[in-house]
Design a protein around this ligand. Structure first.
Ligand code: BTN
Length: 257
């Protein structure tokens, strides 16, 4: 069970998670919050589900998660003009907030993998799927979907990267309520920084990415490319250094080359 009282005591936000929906089973928290007709329209709404029958990962992958063990949730943003000008930064802010929350609460060293995975000891603990709906060129609605492997003690299936959980890495079960509240507190603070042009999310993200400077391979649009992970630019794109020069990569799966 997820103890709503513990979560409530720890939540220290103005609007993120103040409208909180706890569901036993849904198709996908992202799909529901993306659908205007489902009736969820309050900015900052968070939906947490114990089970998703169609949990989505990046690149049409399935997100698998054992019920009652982990955190699978989505955050809805509406009418956030300042944030919607920089959607990529929201991705980076979410990854950083997950990493910082895990370090603050459990003193586990985390690492970030482009574009938005959180790793512990080289294994994937969390992934993020950002979806948005636009009217013309303006984003109207944006959903940040997050899966964190928290208390699951074995992970089987097909993954793009070796998976693990906080419990496996720490050696004990942790309170999901405290982790979710800590994350939402940190995330709202970073969103405020983006809105006010304070701090540098990309620089903070880069400081936690050990792959920068390494030889990597990257699969973009089914094509594998090799080079050095040279940098991440101000928009969040990966800059790959190849024998032909610098190349901007918009999406892709990075591996060590
Ligand atoms: C990835 O690493 O591929 C991204 C995984 C994102 C999974 C989360 S779980 C909650 C939310 N609802 C979904 O259907 N997907 C995201």
């Amino acid at each position: 069970m997820f103890d709503l009282d513990i979560f409530d005591i720890k939540l220290n936000t103005d609007y993120i998670g103040r409208n909180f929906i706890y569901a036993d089973e849904v198709s996908s928290t992202n799909t529901l919050l993306m659908d205007k007709k489902s009736g969820y329209n309050v900015n900052g709404t968070v939906m947490l589900a114990e089970k998703q029958t169609k949990g989505k990962g990046r690149k049409d992958r399935v997100w698998q998660s054992e019920p009652n063990s982990n955190l699978t949730f989505s955050i809805l943003l509406t009418k956030e003009e300042l944030l919607f000008k920089k959607p990529n930064l929201i991705n980076f802010a979410a990854a950083l907030s997950i990493a910082n929350s895990i370090e603050n609460l459990y003193q586990l060293k985390t690492e970030l993998k482009w574009p938005n995975d959180v790793l512990i000891d080289g294994k994937k603990i969390s992934g993020i799927l950002l979806e948005s709906a636009s009217q013309g060129s303006t984003i109207e609605r944006l959903v940040i979907g997050i899966g964190i492997n928290v208390n699951q003690n074995s992970l089987q299936g097909i993954f793009n990267y070796p998976p693990s959980s906080i419990r496996i890495e720490l050696g004990r079960i942790v309170e999901r309520e405290k982790l979710l509240a800590e994350f939402l507190n940190n995330f709202e603070a970073l969103l405020e920084k983006i809105k006010n042009d304070k701090g540098d999310i990309i620089e903070d993200w880069k400081a936690k990415c050990r792959m920068i400077g390494e030889k990597i391979s990257i699969i973009e649009n089914e094509k594998e490319k090799f080079g050095i992970f040279y940098d991440v630019d101000e928009e969040g794109f990966l800059i790959l250094k190849t024998k032909d020069g610098l190349e901007k990569i918009h999406f892709g799966d990075v591996g060590l080359g």
